[in-house]
Design a protein around this ligand. Structure first.
Ligand code: C5P
Length: 271
């Protein structure tokens, strides 16, 4: 069986105080994008994955789903690692969805999302698919209406790996002050107003990530200077994305960023 594992960007990421379990409480709009890894999954005696990572999330997902069954998983990687694009989580989410079918388990998406929470904070949102409101530490997920139009973006990797743990440890949580960029983003998405969507982009981890990797700030400045309507880091970084009006603008901006020495992709949101 062959499945695509789509990366995500966080259109907003609000970080609140630390919970008793050591994780931070979040509120985020998660949007899957067209950049994807490809997974080939076949039944086998034991669970094995060819990525070679000691803490491979596909293997973890398969074991949490059904420890007594076997599968061989091959991953063609395209999503940059340590980029805040949920690459490992996307692979784990695709593994859960594919094995549910391959092993004939008959679980609903919502059940798979709950199982995914044991694998990683971004997994439930990516199992659910489409635009998702993510809360709690990531385990509370609900589908949002599909955006009126697909969002065109340029994704840029500054070429450094950002540690999620380190970035969270250095971030200053926000207080509940009534204003929520997430609420504003959901409204902006529902009316398809690109300028409003660009203005609502937010990421409370960005400042801490920029302190650790100043190159992220250069990417954001370059994206805005080259014409992005809005630019923001995704997740805990290091990748950033710039919102543009259409596919042609995305390709032009991606080429411009590559000229400046970055890896860049013209992508769009997927539902
Ligand atoms: O769950 P995941 O393995 O993706 O999280 C990696 C690390 O990011 C956690 O160990 C924790 O330090 C931090 N984190 C957090 N609050 C969250 C999600 C992640 O503090 N809601």
């Amino acid at each position: 069986m062959r499945v695509e594992a789509h990366a995500k960007v966080n259109l907003t990421l609000e970080v609140f105080g630390m919970r008793v379990d050591g994780y931070h409480a979040l509120r985020s709009v998660v949007m899957p994008i067209s950049l994807a890894d490809t997974l080939e999954i076949d039944e086998a005696e034991e669970i094995a994955c060819d990525t070679g990572y000691a803490d491979d999330l596909c293997v973890k997902a398969a074991k949490v789903l059904e420890p007594s069954r076997g599968a061989r998983i091959r991953v063609t990687k395209r999503i940059p690692v340590g980029g805040g694009l949920g690459g490992g989580s996307a692979d784990a989410a695709a593994t859960l969805i594919a094995l549910n079918e391959l092993w004939g388990l008959g679980k609903k998406r919502e059940e798979l999302a709950e199982i995914g929470a044991q694998v990683g904070s971004d997994v439930p949102a990516l199992v659910l698919g489409g635009a998702v409101l993510m809360e709690g530490r990531g385990e509370c997920v609900s589908r949002l209406p599909a955006p009126v139009l697909p969002l065109n973006m340029v994704l840029v990797s500054p070429g450094v790996e950002s540690s999620t743990r380190e970035v969270y440890a250095r971030c200053t949580p926000r207080s509940f002050d009534g204003h929520s960029p997430t609420v504003e983003m959901i409204e902006a998405l529902s009316c398809g107003d690109l300028r409003r969507i660009a203005a609502a982009l937010a990421n409370d981890l960005q400042e801490a990530a920029v302190r650790l990797h100043p190159g992220i700030a250069d990417v954001l400045v370059s994206l805005r200077a080259a014409g992005a309507l809005g630019a923001m880091m995704s997740g805990s970084g290091s990748s950033a994305f710039g919102l543009v009006a259409d596919r042609v603008a995305a390709e032009r901006l991606a080429a411009e960023m590559e000229k400046r020495g970055y890896s860049a992709w013209a992508v769009k949101s997927v539902v």
